[in-house]
Design a binder for this molecule. Structure first.
Ligand code: CZF
Ligand code: MG
Length: 207
C-alpha cells in the first residue's frame, strides 16, 4: 500500500490524523518513521504558508506525499493573537502549560462575551512531484475562565464550546475528531485525498 507522511512533530496532531485519514487506502507514516529528517523553520506569515513549508520539506526529504498542518488559536480580544505564534506564545521551547497560563493572564477580568476565539487549521498536501493542495477549517468557541478536561493537547482545556457546555479537552478525542478545525480541514481536502487514495470510506457522507 502507498504511504503518506504526516509532516508534524506534534504527537497530538499525529494521533488525530491517524483517525481522520482512516478509510483512505494509504498507510499513515509520521516523522517518527524518519528520525533523521529536520523540520524547517516556520517563517511564513500565514497558516497556509507554514503548512506548505512543512509539507514541501518532508515531501522532498522522503520522496513521499506529505501532509503539513499549521494551526493555532485566534482570540478576538487579543486582535487575533496568538495566531501563527500559538505554539511559542509563551516563548521557546514551546510549552502548552505556559501558553495556557499566559492566555488566562491576558484575559483576566475580560467578560464572557468578549472571550470569543477560533481555532484555525491550514493543511497542505504536497506530492513528490511538487503538486500542492490547500484546505482550511475553523472552529468557533470561547476561552474558558479556567482549564477543564484531560484530553487533547495545546489549548484544548481552555477552548469552550457553548453548544456542548464543555471544553474540547472534556469532550474527548472522538467528538473532537468530528467537529474540530482539523477535522473540517481534512473534510475540505477530502475530494483530493479520496481521489488519490480511494478506500472504503472514500464516499463517506461525513466527508
Ligand atoms: O488546543 C489545541 N487544539 C488543537 O487542535 C490545536 N491545533 C493547534 N493548536 C495550537 O497551535 C499550535 C500549532 O502550532 P504549529 O501548527 O506550529 O504546530 P506544532 O509546532 O505544535 O507542531 P508542527 O506541526 O509544527 O510540527 C499548537 O502547538 C497548539 O498550541 C491547538 N491547540
Ligand atoms: Mg510548529
Amino acid at each position: 500500500m502507498s504511504r503518506i507522511v504526516v509532516a508534524t512533530g506534534n504527537e497530538g496532531k499525529a494521533r488525530e490524523f491517524r483517525e481522520l485519514l482512516r478509510g483512505l487506502d494509504v498507510v499513515v507514516a509520521t516523522l517518527r518513521d524518519f528520525p533523521d529528517l529536520r523540520m524547517p523553520e516556520e517563517t511564513g506569515q500565514t497558516f497556509a504558508e507554514n503548512a506548505t513549508l512543512k509539507a514541501r520539506s518532508v515531501a522532498e526529504g522522503t520522496g513521499l506525499p506529505a501532509l503539513g498542518d499549521d494551526s493555532g488559536l485566534e482570540v478576538d480580544f487579543l486582535n487575533g493573537a496568538p495566531g501563527v505564534y500559538s505554539a511559542r506564545f509563551a516563548g521557546e521551547p514551546a510549552d502548552d502549560w505556559r501558553n495556557n497560563a499566559k492566555l488566562l493572564q491576558l484575559l483576566a477580568g475580560v467578560p464572557w462575551e468578549q472571550r470569543t476565539a477560533r481555532f484555525r487549521c491550514a493543511l497542505a498536501l504536497v506530492t513528490p512531484g511538487g503538486d500542492t493542495y490547500l484546505a482550511e477549517g475553523t472552529l468557533e468557541g470561547f476561552i474558558a475562565l479556567e482549564p477543564r478536561g484531560e484530553c487533547g493537547f495545546g489549548y484544548d482545556p481552555l477552548f469552550y464550546l457553548p453548544e456542548y457546555g464543555k471544553t474540547l479537552a472534556e469532550l474527548g478525542e472522538e467528538i473532537k475528531n468530528n467537529l474540530s478545525h482539523r477535522a473540517r480541514a481534512v473534510q475540505n481536502l477530502w475530494p483530493v485525498l479520496s481521489r488519490l487514495w480511494p478506500g472504503d470510506k472514500a464516499g463517506d457522507t461525513r466527508y
